[in-house]
Design a protein around this ligand. Structure first.
Ligand code: HEC
Length: 238
């Protein structure tokens, strides 16, 4: 093999992989255009361009800084790449009281507004794409509490209840500060962890992170053009 062929072969094997794995997806996902909905397949007309609420940019930064992505994914895989939809409440709720089965796969629009898609590296903990849907369902079943309070309690002490005493989720206690109550208690003091004269308040980072986590409700209906696992009746009519 001549040196010239060697260099060409080397550039082709690395260059092609770089082109297909990095450059093509980057160009495709850099600017997400609204997707027109099809009256026939989606049942509605108009465009699909979901908006997300909450402190997405700051919250995602705290999420990244604290390495949440090391153990949690935000990726309900497309069914052709390995089904995730059977996992309880990862892709949405199997039995939402109002909307029925809301489960669907992740699409690029789910990361709208974030500089980096935190798809995660391992799955030590559950996927967080629909975390707040799960928490709200638990709150509704219990009839008390709020998703926000559950998140603060979890971040402060993931091993707070006997059934979670072996939880491998680290405690992020340093995102909270304890201080003495002077005059009126703070309006953002947490309902737990306070003493007779002290109170526990979330830091700015904890608030941004919780606001970001509260937006984890990625189960709004995706247009048929994006949906890799359409409901059976639609698949049959194709
Ligand atoms: C060392 C791995 C690890 C890291 C890092 C980690 N977690 Fe976890 N997490 C877990 C495991 C394991 C569970 C499941 C046990 C449980 O529910 O506590 C979990 C559970 C959770 C839950 C409850 C999920 C549910 O569906 O009820 C939330 C919320 C959560 N983690 C948020 C976070 C956030 C936010 C961060 C970053 C600040 C983080 N985790 C970092 C391992 C991790």
């Amino acid at each position: 093999m001549s040196l010239r062929n060697f260099i060409l072969g080397l550039s082709a094997s690395f260059g092609l992989a770089w082109l297909l794995v990095v450059i093509v997806p980057f160009i495709k996902m850099r600017q997400l255009a609204p997707i027109p909905l099809s009256k026939e397949l989606d049942g509605v007309s108009g465009v699909f361009y979901p908006k997300r609420g909450g402190r997405i940019i700051n919250g995602a930064a705290v999420y990244g800084e604290n390495g949440c992505y090391l153990c949690h994914t935000q990726l309900v895989r497309p069914t052709y790449a390995g089904n995730d939809l059977y996992r309880a409440d990862w892709g949405g709720l199997a039995k939402d009281p109002e909307r029925g089965d809301t489960r669907r796969e992740t699409n690029a629009y789910d990361f709208e507004g974030e500089g980096f898609a935190q798809i995660g590296t391992t799955r030590m903990g559950p996927d967080l794409s629909n975390l707040t849907r799960r928490l709200e369902a638990a709150v509704a079943a219990k009839g008390s509490g709020s998703a926000e309070a559950m998140l603060y309690a979890h971040l402060y002490n993931p091993r707070r209840t006997p059934e979670l005493r072996k939880s491998a989720c680290p405690s992020y206690r340093y995102l909270f500060t304890r201080h003495e109550i002077k005059g009126q208690p703070s309006s953002d003091a947490l309902p737990f962890g306070g003493g007779a004269t002290t109170e526990l308040v979330p830091s700015a980072e904890a608030k941004a992170l919780v606001s970001y986590l509260l937006a984890m409700k990625k189960d709004q209906p995706a247009p048929a053009a994006l949906n890799f696992a359409p409901p059976d009746d639609k698949a049959a009519s194709r």
